[in-house]
Design a protein. Structure first.
Length: 395
């Protein structure tokens, strides 16, 4: 598999409430990360008896766009090709006796990778999908890049920007009908990834009802959709103080994960940029991870501007509640401001390779999202000091 194993010293496994998510949607995460994952997939503590959480109606973020154009990246080692259910294991082995292996890293069965991609990928097409349709694929493959978060207002459909088709190419407004087909299990039930609390912490002293938070959040997303610079909308300074360790150490940890794979290169690019921001580090030349998939996704279309890429990404990061387990929303804003600063720097470095600014921004976002979803970055986010001023108060 192609993403580096990270040290276990910074994060601990968070299994409670996540087994169903792992079984149904584990391929969002990098292959060696289940043993160290302690981030957004964990279910926040919710008083189930006090609130009603809903998967329906399905709701898409205003302005979200997506259409699969067959970039092929989702079928590679950008994430673990599992965990598979027992019925999926049986079905896949009927197709190919060697299709499934057991992964100690994922602690479950996964598809056997061949040359850093799924063995059923041929000519950038999933042969299971091509021959038997979307529903015949394992659940994790069907879902990506969609996700579903249950809230008091209904199910939020989320999307991952690691997928090049989410940021580049012909992208119509996201179809809830298409999303629902991917998010339902074979019995037709909507499977949510996690739940959000009835009250949302804006900072360490203020909590508001979910309805009030959604109103405040909507204003931020509207500003992003209107084209206001993402840094201005976030209103937070990057690289805030940490309660444990330093950003230099965090950067070095990511650089140290390089192992000759595309995933290792992505983590190292991120670490290089973070170290440049906090210590003036000059990075070595590294391969561009999975760049061919971004070129396929862009095709003959006009690339978006970098600001369009970043505003779309930041709006989705806010919408999907990846940050909910890391701290209050002021911490989330500072964390996002930090990754955004890293992405801007990465974009410039990729542009120097002769890549258009829009595609360079999309590749930068992929690296920054991959780090948040499958590394020990969440531990660094949790270490951000509370009240990381000068974030402007929302309420």
């Amino acid at each position: 598999m192609g993403t580096p194993a990270l040290k276990k010293s910074r994060t601990q496994v968070a299994r409670t409430g996540c087994e169903a998510y792992q079984a149904s949607n584990a391929n969002r995460l990098a292959p060696a990360q289940w043993s160290t994952q302690a981030c957004w997939c964990r279910c926040p503590a919710v008083a189930r008896s006090a609130i009603t959480l809903k998967s329906q109606p399905l709701r898409a973020r205003d302005g979200a766009r997506f259409r699969c154009s067959g970039s092929g990246l989702c079928c590679t080692d950008i994430h673990g090709l599992g965990v598979l259910t027992q019925s999926e294991v049986r079905d896949l082995r009927r197709r190919d006796k060697l299709a499934v292996i057991y992964s100690d890293d994922l602690e479950g069965h996964c598809l056997r990778p061949v040359d850093h991609h799924c063995l059923f990928l041929e000519g950038q097409r999933c042969q299971i999908h091509a021959k038997q349709g979307h529903e015949a694929k394992p659940a994790g493959c069907r879902r990506f890049p969609y996700g579903l978060v249950r809230t008091p207002q209904g199910g939020r459909v989320t999307t991952e920007h690691r997928c090049p088709c989410r940021t580049l190419g012909d992208r119509p407004i996201l179809s809830l009908e298409d999303a629902a087909k991917s998010l339902r299990d074979r019995a037709g039930r909507l499977e949510s990834d996690f739940d959000v609390p009835a009250r949302i912490a804006l900072d360490r002293t203020r909590r508001v009802s979910f309805d009030r938070y959604a109103e405040l959040e909507g204003r931020l997303i509207a500003r992003l959709n209107a084209g206001e610079p993402a840094e201005q909308v976030l209103g937070a300074r990057p690289l805030p103080a940490l309660t444990n360790g330093t950003w230099t150490t965090v950067a070095a940890e990511h650089i140290d994960t390089r192992d000759g794979t595309a995933g290792g290169d992505a983590f190292a690019w991120f670490g290089d940029a973070l170290l440049n921001l906090c210590a003036g580090h000059t990075p070595p030349e590294r391969p561009r991870p999975w760049h061919a998939s971004f070129e396929r996704a862009l095709g003959e279309t006009t690339p978006p501007t970098p600001d369009e890429v970043y505003n779309d990404w930041i709006a989705d990061e806010i919408w999907m509640f990846r940050w909910i387990g890391w701290g209050p929303f002021d911490v989330a804003r500072a964390e996002l401001a930090t990754r955004l600063a890293v992405a801007r720097l990465l974009q410039g470095w990729v542009e120097k390779r002769g890549v258009s600014p829009g595609q360079a921004a999309a590749e930068a976002v992929m690296m920054c999202e991959l780090v948040a979803a499958g590394s020990d970055w969440p531990a660094a986010a949790e270490d951000i000091a509370r009240d990381p001023s000068p974030a402007d108060p929302l309420d």
